[in-house]
Design a protein around this ligand. Structure first.
Ligand code: CDP
Length: 788
């Protein structure tokens, strides 16, 4: 995209430095845990050692005798106000504090309030709870058996652990295509539980001002407005009306979907502040964060592909069991219990597809959040990209050639997929060919053949993913009835400087910079002169928040639309000042001039001053606008990643030697920020591919509940990412931009898994579930007689 503004204005396409970084790199950010209020109490939580147990007794006497402890709160206390249960985003229910039984290990059992964090922890350790263990169900397939104990005994009519069945697509035409197929492949794929593990854990400071009856909550949330509405709906009966609630989401140290849900700790802290009239701080520790907050993935997938002999794909069939833990607390748009999993036809031109998902209760923490992905898109991409490789290998075709044959072609856009999505734009072959060139694909294949002769294990994996980001449109997308639009409000001050507020909330993505760049592009006011604010429900316009890479597609578009309203008014003022007709004025970023007389011009700063000092009679003073943008469609960013791995035959260790990522997110606002998003996303894609997993033993004891065994890649494990781009603008976004924040996390795991299987295919290995640990690979090598 050609630059339209000078570096001084810093509109779209300029890699200007992030405005927020000076405070972050100097340790001057303002995070929830930085909030200190006079008389503040600290809250700590007693958690269950059992995955399923009756609570026979909670004895708080020793805790109450602990120095500094002010109160112990139990489920019985909250039950008096009907606050011991709360609704989830998927219209299920979830305990705040239990009254009868606990449903997973590390579940909140009671809360202790004290004058310091340490006193609260001492108090929590002194609470004595008597449990009676109950049978535990951790395997969702076993949970569906008729003899499985029914977990949700609170639901009077519930006779099993099945939550919902959801299906999409045309079953008959898919079955027919499978009957007519020359070749079919089938594979079970498990995407294990993982956790986002952002640098900052979750927490809040709740402050109920008894005099004014106003509740202020500083909170680690990605969606402050939606949270305020949910709080008002849940706690309206105890007097918390929406205008008396202020949610402030200050600086956030990473969200990645994990800071969308409402966790019991938030609700207990609010209840504690309302009851005591004192500010209450609750900050999770790292293990609480890993063990009890919403997880991601946990999809047991059975996928089948059908193709003709010549390699043309014809149909896709998927059945999935989704393990939701003890409550369906997924963060999905309400209409879609399996999120946007039905993007699973990916980048390929399928004529028929059918997908089924069944949600299941187990004794695990609730959730199903979108870990840096747009509602189950990673699960979809991993499935189709693994299956594409499987089919290519089965047919004896090169996986790149196979993809190029089956891609949706540029001239087919807008493209209606077999599962009903309308893809806005794409050039999948362009991205793959660029990646192949950059990595030297043909040469690598030659090298692989040579190495194979010598018995060395080298693999090349491709992932040509399509994302789907930017929820709305509101006719299809809502959360608990709240339509998924987003907003921007702009005020231009008399001196031509501006403030703009948004309904989204950055968690490190750099919105203070990129939103200012969008406004600079549209108004010609330097980005440096525009202050961006998000996250305070008392000041920002209503919006649905930041997750699923929706900020640029939705709020970014709202910024452009609001700016265009301002430009319309500015044109009227300029016409008045220049004594010209509006239609005789020409706009270039930053000024209007008279057609044919470029010296007769008014800058946006002069126009702003006039809006307050010399505006036309009959026109309202001021230069402000607001836009609530309802996108006509989602945006469909895409990319092709190629990964080269070497496998150590002695240890089974997989080493990522090279990784080339070609991404396309349409027109780019800030190339440096996009590159940063992709680097971070790739590392977060490497993580579940090779390291991260949360699993449970038969008794529901968590494995992977601390950083000792929940492995995050560090700089040592992370390869040098080689990035590049193509640019296919979105035809419906006002700036031609698509989202990008999650592309790399979504696309990377399949490239790595495909590379590993590619290295082992000749030994008879067809699939390896992620995380591909050295132990798993070593076991396979032993089975195949390659190592001892
Ligand atoms: O919703 P979220 O901010 O997580 O995701 P996003 O909209 O994909 O944006 C992530 C960051 O990349 C933001 O700072 C965007 O402004 C920036 N971006 C960009 O500069 N150009 C694009 N085409 C897309 C995103």
């Amino acid at each position: 995209m050609a630059l339209r503004t000078s570096p001084e204005i810093g509109g779209m396409g300029h890699s200007i430095k992030r405005k927020e970084d000076p405070r972050f790199i100097r340790g001057k950010g303002n995070y929830v845990d930085d909030v200190q209020l006079p008389g503040m109490l600290y809250l700590d939580i007693v958690r269950s050692p059992y995955a399923h147990a009756k609570i026979k007794k909670i004895d708080s006497s020793k805790a109450l005798a602990t120095p500094g402890v002010a109160a112990v709160i139990t489920g019985q206390d909250l039950a008096k106000y009907n606050l011991h249960w709360m609704p989830t985003l998927m219209s299920d229910t979830q305990m705040v504090l239990p009254v009868e039984k606990v449903m997973y290990q590390a579940q909140e059992v009671a809360a202790v309030l004290a004058t310091s964090r340490y006193a609260a922890a001492d108090g929590a350790a002194a609470v004595e709870v008597e449990y009676e263990p109950l049978p535990v169900v951790v395997d969702p397939k076993k949970a569906l058996r008729p003899d499985a104990p029914v977990l949700r005994t609170d639901k009077k009519d519930k006779k099993d652990n099945h939550i919902w069945h959801w299906e999409w697509g045309n079953k008959d035409s898919t079955d027919r295509a499978f009957r007519d197929a020359d070749v079919t492949v089938k594979q079970e794929i498990y995407l294990p539980r993982i956790h986002v593990a952002s640098i900052e854990t979750c927490g809040c400071v709740a402050h109920f001002d008894k005099v004014n009856g106003k509740l202020t909550v500083w909170m680690t949330t990605q969606a402050p407005h939606a949270i305020r509405t949910v709080f008002a709906l849940v706690a309206g009966h105890v007097g918390l009306a929406e205008h008396k609630i202020r949610i402030i989401s200050p600086d956030i140290g990473g969200g990645f979907g994990g800071k969308v849900p409402v966790y019991p700790g938030y609700v207990i802290a609010v209840a504690a502040s309302v009851l005591t009239g004192k500010p209450v701080k609750w900050i999770e520790d790292r293990m609480e964060n890993l063990q009890a907050d919403s997880f991601a993935r946990d999809y047991h997938i059975a996928a089948e592909l059908a193709a003709k002999k010549d390699g043309t794909l014809t149909a896709l069939k998927i059945k999935t069991i989704a393990d939701h833990g003890y409550a369906d607390a997924a963060a999905n748009p309400s209409k879609f219990p399996a999120g946007l999993f039905h993007i699973c036809t990916g980048s390929y031109d399928f004529k028929a597809a059918h997908v089924e998902v069944d949600g299941v209760y187990t004794n695990k923490p609730p959730g199903g959040i979108a870990y840096r992905c747009s509602f189950r898109v990673t699960e979809a991409v991993h499935t189709i990209e693994r299956m594409a490789d499987l089919m290519a290998h089965e047919l004896g075709m090169d996986p790149a050639e196979f993809r190029l044959k089956n891609f949706i072609k540029p001239e087919q856009f807008p493209y209606k997929s077999a599962l009903g999505w309308e893809y806005d734009s794409g050039n999948y072959a362009g991205a793959l060919q660029k990646a192949m060139e950059k990595i030297g694909y043909a040469e690598l294949r030659r090298e692989q053949a040579e190495k194979r002769k010598r018995g060395e294990l080298m693999g090349i994996g491709i992932s040509s993913f399509t994302e789907i980001v930017g929820a709305g449109p509101s006719k299809h997308f809502d959360i608990l009835g709240l339509k998924m639009f987003d907003s921007c409000e702009i005020r231009i001050h008399p001196t031509g400087k501006a403030i703009a507020r948004f309904g989204t909330k950055s968690q490190g993505q750099g919105h203070e910079t990129t939103y200012a760049q969008i406004l600079a592009e549209e108004l010609g006011i330097p980005a440096a002169d525009i202050q961006i604010e998000e996250g305070d429900t008392d000041t920002a316009p209503y919006g649905l928040g930041t997750y699923a890479s929706r900020s640029t597609p939705v709020a970014g578009a709202a910024a452009a639309m609001a700016a265009r309203k301002i430009q319309d008014k500015a044109r009227k003022i300029a016409a008045y000042l220049l004594e010209a007709h509006e239609e005789d004025l020409v706009w270039e970023p930053g000024k209007f001039s008279v057609k044919g007389a470029p010296n007769r011009a008014k800058t946006i700063q002069e126009i702003a001053f006039a809006a307050y000092t010399n505006h036309p009679q009959g026109m309202e003073a001021g230069l402000e606008a607001v836009s609530y943008y309802d996108p006509p469609n989602l945006t469909f960013p895409f990319g092709s990643y190629i990964c080269v791995v070497d496998i150590d035959k002695g240890t089974g260790e997989v080493k990522v030697r090279r990784f080339v990522a070609v991404d396309d997110c349409g027109n780019i606002i800030n190339p440096m920020i996009v590159e940063g998003q992709i680097h971070g996303g790739l590392t977060m894609g490497l993580a579940p591919a090779l390291y991260e997993e949360i699993s449970y033993d038969e008794l529901g004891n968590i494995q992977g509940g601390s950083f000792i065994d929940y492995l995050l890649p560090t700089a040592v494990e992370t390869p040098k990412w080689e990035t590049d781009k193509t640019c296919t603008p979105s035809p419906h976004h006002p700036l031609g931009a698509k989202g990008v924040g999650e592309s790399a996390t979504v696309g990377a795991p399949a490239a790595i898994a495909n590379a590993v299987v590619d290295a082992l295919w000749h030994l008879g290995v067809r699939h390896v579930d992620i995380p591909i640990t050295p132990a798993k690979v070593w076991k396979l090598l032993r089975e195949k007689g390659v190592t001892e």
